[in-house]
Design a protein around this ligand. Structure first.
Ligand SMILES: CC(C)(COP(=O)(O)OP(=O)(O)OC[C@H]1O[C@@H](n2cnc3c(N)ncnc32)[C@H](O)[C@@H]1OP(=O)(O)O)[C@@H](O)C(=O)NCCC(=O)NCCS
Length: 218
């Protein structure tokens, strides 16, 4: 157990008070609420399309059954309080995406399209086998815990967990400069870059360049 330390006059808990573990079914509601809180506020493409918290909740709920089957999602949890500090929702790259994604509001489409295009360029028609590639899909850290390296550690723990299960590659589409920095620090390599300038719906976030598909041998 680490010690509490004071920073800028506030009592702040350091990294050693955070437990990293594979998500359990009982974490589902907390995962939904955390991701649906941070993405609409802070992920540039989610902000650009104006996705609301309930809409993002619906999206995450559709992903959770497959995430539970694959067992690759990691959570960061505060010791003592049990509060969820962060989530790295991951799937086996060979797992099917839920068909019900089609029923989400059409505002999601530009995001699915720009990310899907990156994946098409990367895969070029050849899909990985189950157990080969882990897809690091939704990374979120509660703003109460921001800037403590929790996202970086979630990425590291997620790839380590997948590697222990025999996975050989990790892949992600990093949608903003902060997440791109986090994945680069974890030795992910840029493979395909998109551009927000190509679709007017993303006009407000062109300063983020575009999403980058990155991968890593693990
Ligand atoms: C992105 C997010 C996961 C970061 O979580 P976090 O735990 O605060 O991140 P960490 O503390 O591990 O690391 C943040 C790093 O990004 C850096 N950073 C912060 N703002 C940045 C910016 N605008 N550009 C580049 N790097 C930036 C920090 O300096 C830090 O790096 P360092 O340790 O080398 O100094 C969190 O802000 C979040 O949930 N955002 C909303 C959802 C989202 O955007 N997810 C990623 C989608 S792919």
């Amino acid at each position: 157990m680490g010690a509490l330390f004071a920073r800028n006059g506030n009592m702040t808990r350091n990294q050693q008070h955070i437990l990293y573990r594979v998500a359990a079914p009982a974490d589902s509601e907390a995962i939904v609420h955390l991701l649906a809180d941070v993405f609409p506020k802070h992920d540039p493409p989610a902000v650009a399309i104006g996705v609301t918290t309930p809409e993002f909740e619906e999206f995450v709920r559709l992903l959770l059954p497959q995430s539970e089957v694959d067992g690759l999602t990691l959570v960061a949890q505060q010791h003592g309080t049990g509060e969820l500090a962060g989530v790295m929702l991951s799937l086996d790259s060979a797992s099917p995406m839920p068909e019900a994604l089609d029923r989400l509001p059409p505002k999601f489409l530009p995001v699915f399209e720009i990310l899907g295009h990156l994946e098409d360029q990367y895969r070029k028609g050849s899909l990985p086998s189950p157990g080969e590639s882990v897809h690091l899909y939704l990374l979120g850290v509660s703003s109460r815990f921001a800037g403590q390296g929790i996202a970086q550690r979630l990425v590291a723990e997620s790839t380590a967990t997948a590697a222990r299960r025999g996975y050989r590659f990790a892949v992600t589409e990093a949608t903003n400069r902060t997440s791109q920095h986090i994945f680069r620090k974890n030795n992910f390599v840029e493979r395909v870059q998109g551009s927000y300038a190509l679709n007017p719906v993303f006009a407000s976030i062109v300063n983020h360049g575009g999403p980058i598909l990155m991968d890593k041998a693990i």
